[in-house]
Write a protein that binds this ligand. Structure first.
Ligand code: EPU
Length: 343
């Protein structure tokens, strides 16, 4: 199928394309919404020896300098039903679809399983990349396969969910396929039967407070939206990229030592007998919650989120992140790792 030619801009500001609202430019910029346009954009990059930055919703990156290459923004759209029966539906969703709009579409059509992931900023294509997760659900558990453009083979490939190697904020797209796969569509298998996951403490507490004892998926979605709005800054108002750090996973022996010093520390079991500790708790305990420099800071209601108070450069936020990492390392002996992609 012949695609429409791409339109390439020079020296394009990326301000409107990243949720941190960092004003850095890209030497070249184009949006691709048709399959043939990916190849065209990559051919251009190859012929001019340009680095490539692939952008989805831009909600998980920190730009620290002008990008001296070509930014390719994935803008394809569409939600296709591949299979449907009384038990489940399989949907093929374009990477460029907005994540929360897709979750709303599922709720409206009684396709269940994504309600706990309501209001996560970003695009559908970014969801498998870092296996987005919130309130007890990870997206990997609803994905059956992913279609991506393989830059080395110069063709589209399908990969099964099993081969995606989903783990906490991890997938093959952040490891073996990093920089070589451009996610194009994602296939989800969703239930036709409501099975609300209300085990996460905050959700259970809010539903109980609202007197909802037998919640429908829409109730769970509303609860998640209310909790997120109460804790997390809206990127449209205050630039941020959600959790800046991953929650560190440590050995149970190290956790026991920590617990002796800080008996109140929250923790969650992780695979292989390891223990996950909330980075937000460590950062708050180290005294950073609500900390502010002239133009950036640590959010006052969730210490895991770094914010741009208006005119921050990416390097200001990166320097703040480094200070926090060093302080937490000195105070708790725990190494924090950014979840956000630093460019
Ligand atoms: N906590 C603090 N201080 C803080 C923040 C958290 O003490 O400033 C404590 C809380 O009291 C709670 C624990 O840490 O005991 C966990 O907090 P919360 O439920 O807010 O979750 P989180 O571990 O901080 C993770 C995800 C979020 C997701 C929530 C809810 C990561 C890196 N972050 O945060 O995801 O919304 O759980 O499931 O795993 C994102 O990735 O951008 C994101 C927002």
């Amino acid at each position: 199928m012949i695609s429409n030619p791409i339109s390439v801009q020079s020296e394009q500001s990326l301000l409107d394309y990243n949720s941190f609202h960092i004003n850095e430019s890209s030497r070249f910029f184009c949006q691709v919404s048709e399959t043939g346009q990916i190849q065209e954009a990559l051919n251009l990059a190859k012929s001019q020896n340009l680095d490539v930055l692939v952008l989805g919703g831009g909600s998980n990156i920190l730009l620290t300098k002008p990008f001296d290459g070509i930014t390719i923004r994935i803008s394809n759209k569409g939600i296709e039903v591949l299979e449907t029966n009384d038990d489940h539906v399989i949907l093929r969703v374009a990477a460029g679809e907005n994540w929360h709009s897709f979750v709303e579409h599922c709720l409206e059509n009684n396709f269940f399983g994504l309600e706990n992931l309501s209001l996560i900023p970003g695009s559908v294509g970014a969801a498998p990349m870092q296996n987005i997760g919130a309130y007890g659900v990870e997206v990997g558990s609803t994905i059956v396969s992913v279609q991506y453009f393989d830059r080395a083979k110069e063709q589209f490939e399908h990969i099964s969910a099993e081969d995606c190697k989903f783990a906490y904020r991890e997938s093959i797209f952040k490891n073996t396929l990093k920089n070589s796969a451009i996610i194009w569509t994602v296939d989800f298998k969703l239930s036709r039967h409501a099975k609300p996951a209300t085990g996460y403490g905050d959700i259970a507490a809010l539903l109980a407070k609202q007197g909802i004892s037998n919640p429908a998926p829409a109730d769970v979605s509303r609860a998640v939206i209310e909790i997120r709005r109460s804790k997390l800054p809206d990127p449209a108002v205050l630039g941020n990229a959600g959790s800046f750090f991953k929650n560190p996973v440590i050995s149970s022996a190290d956790f026991e030592i920590l617990k002796k010093e800080c008996p109140e520390i929250p923790s969650y079991p992780a695979p292989d007998g390891l223990v996950k500790v909330p980075a937000g708790w460590l950062i708050e305990k180290a005294g950073w919650k609500g900390y502010r420099t002239a133009n950036c800071g640590v959010h006052e209601r969730q210490a895991l989120v770094l914010v741009n108070h208006g005119s921050a450069k990416g390097s200001d936020i990166l320097n703040l992140a480094k200070e926090i990492i060093e302080d937490v390392r000195q105070k708790f002996g725990i190494q924090l790792h950014p979840e956000v992609n630093i460019i």
